[in-house]
Every structure is written in C-alpha cells, then in structure tokens.
Design a protein. Structure first.
Length: 252
C-alpha cells in the first residue's frame, strides 16, 4: 500500500469556500468514487467540518425523508461515514499519521486549514502537504487575499523545494458561469507572471452549495459529510469535473 496523499484547501480569508470545498470533494471521492479518505479539521477557531457533521447528524435524524435516504444509502454502501479528525494546526500531521497507521487503506488525507504566514504552526503544517489548493473568488478583497497567500506560499515553500509541496493551484469558486469569465482569464494571465496557475474547472455560484438539509421537507442534499451530493443537483455545478481534475493532479 502506497503512502496516502496529504491535500489541503487553504486560504487566509474566511468565506472563500475552503471548508465547503473540503467537504464536497471529500464526500464525492468517498461516497461516489470509493476513494478511502479522512478529513482533518485543524481550523481550531471554528472547526467548520465538525459543524457540518453535527448538522448532518441532526437533520438526518429529525427529517424522516433524509433518514430514509441515509438508511437506503448505507445499506448499499456498507461502510461507515469517513472520519473527521478534530485537532490544532500544531498537532494535525501527527494526528493524521496516527490515523493512517491504524487505517493503512487510507488514500487521501484532506486538511481544512486556515492560512497565515504569521503562524509558525500553520507554516509547518502547510510545508508537510503534498498538494495545496487555494480557493479564489472574483470579489476584490477575497481575490487579493487568495493571490497574496498563494504567492507567499509558492515563493517561500514551493519554489525553494525545501518542503513536501509538489504542486499548488488556485481554484476559482462562486463563478457566475460554467466557463471562466473574462475577468478570471485576465487574472490567470496576471498570476502566471507570479509563477501561479488556476485549475481549468470553476465552481459555479449557486445556492445549491448551501443545500445541507433541513428538519422537514424532501429536498436533497448537496453539501453533506455523510451522503454524496444529490445527483439531481450535480448538473451544472462543475463538481464532478473539478473532482476529476483534482484526481489527475494528485494521481488517485
């Protein structure tokens, strides 16, 4: 069994989508493509992935429709939900390593990291990732923050060859169309001069990314840590295409 791949969605600004991306990609790979994953929630200020998991448990228990859907799914899936490990940035890798030793079939470990180059524990954690994906949106402040973060990590960690990081890519998120708009193309040309690039696939701006279930109703789930995205909502989201592109990069 080969060593698992350590992957992080990281940025220094909240609201760009790193936790949502971590949950969506982890769930798609695990529940739809049966890739063995574990998620490490090391954003100790809020533990967003754990908030998602607790919400999933609550709505699937309270909502009869979702409770039946979960029962049907796990009857066929025949495995438990993937683990979400709660820790601090300083302990994240040791916690992940211990999990992998006890679960040698693990293929990918996803880390949900709040990013800042002013925190040594986060710098050390980032340096031990194999691949980094930095969410970026077209909102001016978020865009500038993501580019600055990615540029700093690239110059201090990737370009020097002194860390484990093999590749770093930005990921356009909350985009109005399925294809990259002109603004994204212009920014892509700018970041190329900084040694950076973005993935070909963009994630669209849609309220379906907020569909994580309610206590009543028969609406399907899109973002869930315990079920795959509802097939009816996948069309037009670009999530399958994004996961496919990420799989090619990290080679799983």
């Amino acid at each position: 069994m080969s060593d698992p791949i350590y992957v992080a969605f990281a940025t220094q600004k909240g609201g760009v989508g790193k936790s949502t991306l971590t949950a969506l990609v982890s769930s798609y790979l695990y529940y739809k493509e049966r890739i063995e994953v574990v998620a490490v929630d090391c954003d100790s200020t809020q533990h967003s992935l754990n908030v998602y998991r607790q919400h999933d448990l609550m709505v699937t228990e309270e909502n009869p429709y979702l409770k039946r859907a979960m029962h049907r799914f796990y009857l066929n899936f025949q495995k438990d939900a993937y683990e979400i490990l709660l820790t601090s940035p300083a302990e994240a890798v040791s916690v992940a390593d211990e999990y992998v030793r006890n679960n040698p079939s693990t293929q990918v470990v996803f880390f949900d990291i709040t990013g800042t180059i002013n925190d040594l524990s986060i710098i050390d954690l980032l340096a031990q990732m194999d691949y980094l994906f930095v969410p970026i949106t077209t909102e001016t402040g978020e865009m500038a923050s993501s580019i600055a973060f990615a540029s700093n990590v690239y110059n201090l960690m990737v370009a020097t060859g002194t860390t484990n990081i093999q590749e770093l890519h930005l990921v356009w998120n909350k985009i109005d169309s399925r294809e990259k708009p002109n603004l994204c193309e212009i920014i892509d040309k700018y970041i190329a001069k900084l040694g950076l690039d973005s993935l070909d696939t963009v994630l669209v701006k849609s309220n379906k990314f907020e569909k994580d279930g309610r206590e009543t109703g028969k609406g399907g789930l899109f973002r869930s840590t315990m079920l795959p995205p509802d097939n009816r909502m996948l069309k037009g989201s670009n999530l399958p295409e994004l996961v496919s592109e990420i799989r090619k990069i990290i080679n799983v």
